[in-house]
Structure formats: structure tokens, C-alpha cells
Design a protein around this ligand. Structure first.
Ligand SMILES: NC(=O)C1=CN([C@@H]2O[C@H](COP(=O)(O)OP(=O)(O)OC[C@H]3O[C@@H](n4cnc5c(N)ncnc54)[C@H](OP(=O)(O)O)[C@@H]3O)[C@@H](O)[C@H]2O)C=CC1
Ligand SMILES: O=C(O)CCC(=O)C(=O)O
Length: 348
């Protein structure tokens, strides 16, 4: 929150817990000079789970000798919000649900859809669980070493997602899973690849691992596989070539094409619930999981409608084509910042 984004080139893989803890403390001993609840408020991201947030929060408190909501994704016992761990993945599914409803005139939902997901960390896990709850079949997950593709009709089950979540806390790779007697016949493992060209027929794709994880070639493969919705859980998940491919299809094939949603809108549920965590911290209150989830749903609906209506206003689509959600998101974001700058006298 606050607009800054940063990170570290420290690779936690292969490090002991104590080495990671010491790194987090050292990092915060310097970072604390530059952040604050009304300045920039960092949160977890790739490789940074609630455990690391705890170690950094402890170091911040030791430096400043006061409690303040300076990091989000905090633990529930010391200022965190319920539903923050789930928020990005859940929010992504809520956003796509609106895309599906709009595209089908309210006739369709996630129910019965085949969904390919990349990644197996925080965003991917909760996107998978919410999509399953909504009636979808999850056909893939992946990690930095390769992809698992479900071979049976049932797809990847909630039980399996929970097993993977436990494995990822211990920084294990998906290869270990497919070597197990229980899963080796239920999953195909494809080493060194992302899911997109390996999942067969698919309706929805949710890149949720890392940046540049869908190439132009993979975008074409997804379209050939019948994919109708692609939304980024990851930040900048699609390369520019992939986005160009999706946007070209949207313009040419109209309502029969794939529809692309950029991460800046589709994965905004995470930062939105970080905002709700800050609101609770300021009020010294804790909302229930249901309250936070309802607010998250409302935020994602407003986010979708904002992208849609802004696109309709500024870049009307051809007759029968979906509005461009990427143009809508960019213009809506730009207009808000520009209007605030204007009101505050930054330009005239
Ligand atoms: N967490 C959040 O609230 C938010 C996250 N995001 C974005 O979502 C994406 C995922 O974040 P999150 O789930 O939190 O991160 P995690 O660290 O929990 O999970 C990351 C996943 O991506 C895989 N991965 C990491 N690097 C690569 C790579 N170079 N190639 C292929 N796979 C890779 C990891 O595999 P392995 O296990 O092998 O390391 C892991 O499965 C990121 O782009 C992040 O910026 C966006 C908004 C909010
Ligand atoms: O929760 C936040 O403030 C940021 C979440 C995040 O990593 C992101 O939106 O990219």
C-alpha cells in the first residue's frame, strides 16, 4: 500500500529457518527508516509468507518501540485480518466469475468449467480452492521446476491442494508428490514447463506463479485449446506478446474469443484486503471472516465494473466484441491518479 514495490535478491531456498529469520531482521533494520503506516506499507509476495512477515514485524517493533500497522498479512493474534491469506486467490475467482456472467448473459458460471492454474503458492492455492467450491475442475498447478496435470475427471481436489500447501511451507517441490504411490497414477508431471500447452481442452486460465509466465506462443495454444477467459493472479503474468495475441483475438473473433483480464485488476483482492487490515488496525477492531469476505466480493465486483465501464466509455469495442479490460483498467487507474494530482496542484 502506498504505491512503492520492492524486494530482495536473497533466495530462501536451501537456507535454514534461522538464516531466513536473521535475513528478515537485518532487512527490516534498514527498511524501517523508509516505511510507516502513512508512508508505504509492505506485504508478503513471492517467497514471503506470514512467517517472514512476523519476523519483519518483530524487527520493526524492536527498532521503533511501538506497535503500528506497518506491514500487512500479519498473524491473526497480532493485528492481521481474517481472509488476507485467501484474498488474492479468492478475489481472482470473484473477478472471473463476473467476466463469465457478463460474457454468457448470466447463463454460465465456474460450474463445469475446466480451469488451468499455474503456481502452487499462496495465490494459486486459494484460487484453486474457491474455483472448486464454485463447481470448477482444476486441471493443473505448477512450481518453479514443472507442472502437474490431473489425469482423472475429478481434477485436483481440495485435499490435494492442502497437501501441496503443507509441502510448500517446507519448500518442497511438486516432483515429490508425483513420486508418491497415492498420486503417481492421478497426476502427470511435466518437468521444466508451464501448464498452458499441456492441459488439453480448457475454459479458464489463471496464471498465478510469477511474471512473464505466458508467452505469445502459449497464448495461441490456450486459444486453440478453447480457453475463453484468462485472468492474471500473478503480477505481469502474461508477456506483451501474449497480451497482444489475446487482444487481437478479442477484436477479431468478437464474443467467441478469449477475454483477458490484467493482474492490476484481477489480483487486486490481495492489496484490497491489506487495505481492510489497515482499516481494522486504525479502529483497533477485528472483523469476522464473513464480513471481510463480503467486502472483498463487493470490491472485486466494483473493480470489474470499473474496468468494463471505463473501457466502454473511452475505447468502445466493435459491435459484438467484449470491451478491453486491459484498456479499462489502465485508463481507470490513470484517470484516478491524474485527477488526484490535478486537485492537489501537481499539474494545471
Ligand atoms: N500473495 C499475494 O497476496 C499477491 C501475489 N501476487 C502475485 O502473485 C504471484 C504469486 O505470488 P504468491 O502466490 O504470493 O507467491 P508464492 O511464493 O506463495 O508462490 C509462488 C509460486 O510460483 C512459483 N514460482 C516462483 N518463481 C517461479 C519461476 N521463476 N518460474 C516458475 N514458477 C515460479 C513457485 O514455485 P516454487 O514453490 O518452486 O518456488 C510457487 O509455486 C506473484 O506474481 C505475486 O507478485 C499479486 C497480488 C497479491
Ligand atoms: O497486500 C499488499 O499490499 C500487496 C499484495 C501484492 O503483493 C500485490 O498486490 O502485488
Amino acid at each position: 500500500m502506498g504505491g512503492a514495490k520492492g524486494g530482495a535478491d536473497f533466495d530462501p531456498k536451501g537456507k535454514s529457518d534461522n538464516e531466513i529469520r536473521k535475513f528478515c531482521s537485518a532487512f527490516m533494520r534498514e527498511l524501517n527508516k523508509h516505511i510507516g503506516p502513512d508512508t508505504d506499507v509492505p506485504a508478503g509476495d513471492i517467497g514471503v509468507s506470514p512467517r517472514e512477515i512476523g519476523w519483519m514485524f518483530g524487527a520493526y517493533r524492536a527498532e521503533k518501540n511501538r506497535w503500528e500497522g506497518v506491514l500487512t498479512g500479519k498473524g491473526g493474534n497480532w493485528g492481521g485480518s481474517l481472509i488476507r491469506p485467501e484474498a488474492t486467490g479468492y478475489g481472482l475467482v470473484y473477478y472471473v466469475q463476473h467476466m463469465i456472467e457478463y460474457a454468457s448473459g448470466g447463463k454460465e458460471s465456474f460450474k463445469g468449467k475446466r480451469v488451468a492454474i499455474s503456481g502452487s503458492g499462496n495465490v494459486a492455492q486459494y484460487a484453486a480452492l474457491k474455483a472448486i467450491e464454485y463447481g470448477a475442475t482444476i486441471v493443473s498447478l505448477s512450481d518453479s521446476k514443472g507442472t502437474i496435470v490431473a489425469t482423472g475427471e475429478e481434477g485436483i481436489t481440495p485435499e490435494l491442494v492442502h497437501i501441496i500447501a503443507d509441502m510448500k511451507v517446507k519448500r518442497k517441490q511438486l516432483t515429490e508428490l508425483v513420486e508418491s504411490a497415492e498420486y503417481k497414477n492421478k497426476l502427470e508431471y511435466v518437468e521444466g514447463v508451464r501448464p498452458w500447452a499441456h492441459v488439453g481442452k480448457v475454459d479458464v486460465a489463471l496464471p498465478s506463479a510469477t511474471q512473464n509466465e505466458v508467452s505469445g506462443e502459449e497464448a495461441t495454444k490456450l486459444i486453440e485449446a478453447g480457453c475463453k477467459f484468462i485472468a492474471e493472479g500473478s503480477n505481469m503474468g502474461c508477456t506483451q506478446e501474449a497480451i497482444d495475441t489475446f487482444e487481437k483475438a478479442r477484436k477479431e473473433k468478437k464474443n467467441d474469443s478469449i477475454w483477458y483480464a490484467p493482474g492490476k485488476a484481477a489480483n487486486a483482492g490481495g492489496v484490497a484486503v491489506s487495505g481492510l487490515e489497515m482499516a481494522q488496525n486504525s479502529q483497533r477492531l477485528s472483523w469476522t471472516a464473513e464480513e471481510v469476505d463480503e467486502k472483498l466480493k463487493a470490491i472485486m465486483e466494483a473493480c470489474f465494473k470499473n474496468c468494463l465501464e471505463t473501457a466502454k466509455t473511452y475505447v468502445p469495442a466493435a459491435e459484438g466484441a467484449f470491451p478491453s479490460l486491459v484498456a479499462g483498467a489502465n485508463i481507470a487507474g490513470f484517470s484516478k491518479v491524474a485527477a488526484a494530482m490535478h486537485d492537489q496542484g501537481d499539474w494545471w
